[in-house]
Design a protein around this ligand. Structure first.
Ligand code: AMP
Ligand code: ZN
Length: 492
């Protein structure tokens, strides 16, 4: 049995798909005006885990995701600038260029995190006609009104607005929605915004109500229902979408089609840093490129996300990501050791582990317990190496850590002293001691440092470490091994 926590009912529920063996899944995609930060990406990792668990249970998953390339304003109250128009102005590029560039960067990040592609990826700007059609239906049914800056949805016309809200959202909302003077109710939201007078927007379209662009909450209703029907099975997003974005999606579908859009609503918690939520506006973000520049594998970040339940807040720091990278490397080392083992019969204990794993992941994605089970399994003396590798392989269909792509050629380590670290195109660390790629002057310094350490000449060893660092390589000692990692060159 699979159970998920459903934000709609505020409880864990048995999952039952509408069609047998098939799941229709919609996940809100990025607003492509800047690089995704690892907080945003935590949400996509959670959704990837959900998909992999459903697949492990034999479901075929039809996954639809949108790319928001228009209509997401800088303020939740439907005022402020369009995030993309603002980005374009700041970078002195066209809005279309901005959208294309950050979409391709986003897709690269997903690859590096081993997040599987969605079945269908749709841009908001490719569905303008359909969005206008939906607004027309809402208008015909009497749910809309026009004010100076656009067409709005009248939330007081619905029997029940705010189906996803608990007490937390009600309180939060007071702080988030300011009154737009002409709105009838504070919770009313824009369906279509008129282009500002005397100003030509780069993205604007003709509509029955005037030239303008759609509000952010309409695109997801159109794209999900067009591709998955109504109702569909699961709708996901970050926790911040509960109070406004998803609430307004539900309102439009209720009004237009008199039914709930999706049976299950699942939300991933935030990633925090020491001064609060990771967010671009607070200026505290880390991107995948930042991680790679520090020699951290994007998969180490994925590992960190496996270790915290998706409904728990997670903290991100240099220490937490280093810890995840070290633990992941230990896992890769174990996997490499087990890889060559000879085939053996599978025992009952093997099946027990498989079942326990399935129980954990099916219990509202309890991936942290599944990960702990994985380590317990690796240490279990009652299993053969072959069984361990087979289980590891199977568990990794959910974890997505690319266990089968890992190979550590231990023979190529020079005296087991040096391990070159860099990150390859699919996000894996490269170990093999390709010493030729370390500049000879750095190599010489490293050798001198090893000698100094062997002679317990710590002060010289520390000085040499600084010199190595100034050459763009960080060095770290761990047990009997010295780890070398290329970093960005220090500013002079
Ligand atoms: P956006 O590109 O702003 O539409 O956000 C993309 C996704 O990232 C949404 O599902 C947000 O809920 C989610 N998100 C934004 N900030 C964070 C964070 N600090 N931690 C986790 N998810 C986040
Ligand atoms: Zn959405």
């Amino acid at each position: 049995m699979i159970q998920f926590y459903n934000t709609l009912t505020k409880q864990k529920e048995k999952f039952e798909s509408i069609k047998p063996n098939e799941v229709g899944l919609y996940t809100c995609g990025p607003t492509v005006y800047w690089f995704a930060h690892v907080g945003n990406l935590r949400t996509y990792i959670f959704e990837d885990l959900l998909k992999r668990v459903l697949k492990l249970n034999g479901y075929e998953v039809k996954h639809v995701m949108n790319i928001t390339d228009v209509g997401h304003l800088t303020s939740d109250s439907d005022s402020g600038e369009d995030k993309l128009e603002k980005g374009a102005r700041q970078e002195q590029k066209s809005v279309w260029e901005i959208a294309e560039f950050y979409t391709s960067q986003f897709l690269k990040d997903l690859k590096l995190l081993n997040i599987e592609d969605s079945t269908i990826l749709v841009k908001a700007t490719d569905t303008i006609k359909e969005q206008i059609e939906l607004i027309k239906i809402l208008e015909q049914k009497g749910y809309t009104y026009i004010i100076t800056d656009g067409i709005y949805f009248d939330t007081s016309k619905l029997k029940k607005y705010g189906k996803l809200w608990g007490e937390k959202e009600k309180t939060e909302l007071r702080g988030r929605i300011e009154e737009v003077k002409e709105k009838k109710n504070p919770t009313d939201f824009a369906l279509w915004k008129f282009s500002p007078k005397n100003e030509k927007r780069q993205m604007e379209w003709v509509s029955p109500w005037g030239i303008g662009f759609p509000g952010w909450h309409t695109e997801c209703v159109v794209m999900s229902i067009e591709n998955l029907g109504i109702p569909f099975d699961i709708h996901c997003g970050g926790i911040d979408h509960v109070s406004i974005h998803h609430t307004n999606e539900i309102a439009q579908a209720d009004a237009a089609y008199a039914t709930i859009m999706s049976n299950y609503w699942m939300h991933g918690e935030f990633l925090n840093v020491k001064d609060g939520k990771m967010s671009k506006s607070l200026g505290n973000i880390t991107t995948i490129t930042d991680l790679k520049n520090k020699g951290i594998s994007p998969l180490a970040y994925r590992y960190q996300c496996l270790n915290t339940h998706y409904r728990q807040k997670m903290n991100f720091s240099d220490e937490s990501i280093e810890f995840s990278q070290n633990t992941l490397e230990k896992l890769y080392e174990k996997a490499s050791d087990l890889k060559e083992s000879a085939k053996t019969e599978l025992s009952n204990i093997f099946d027990e582990y498989k079942n326990k794993f399935l129980d954990f992941v099916n219990d509202d994605l309890n991936i942290p317990s599944a990960l702990a089970l994985c380590w317990e399994m690796i240490k279990d003396k009652n299993l053969t190496d072959f069984e361990k590798y087979s289980l590891l392989h199977e568990f990794d269909t959910v974890f997505g850590l690319r266990i089968k792509d890992v190979s550590i050629n231990k023979k190529s380590f020079v005296n087991k002293q040096f391990i070159l670290k860099s990150i390859d195109d699919i996000g894996l660390p490269i170990w093999s001691a390709e010493l030729s790629s370390i500049p000879s002057e750095v190599l010489k310094l490293i050798e001198e440092r090893v000698k100094a350490r062997n002679e317990k000449n710590w002060q010289i060893a520390d000085e040499l470490r600084d010199k190595i660092l100034n050459n763009g390589w960080s060095i770290e000692d761990n047990d009997n091994q010295t780890f070398i990692r290329q970093i960005k060159k220090r500013d002079a």
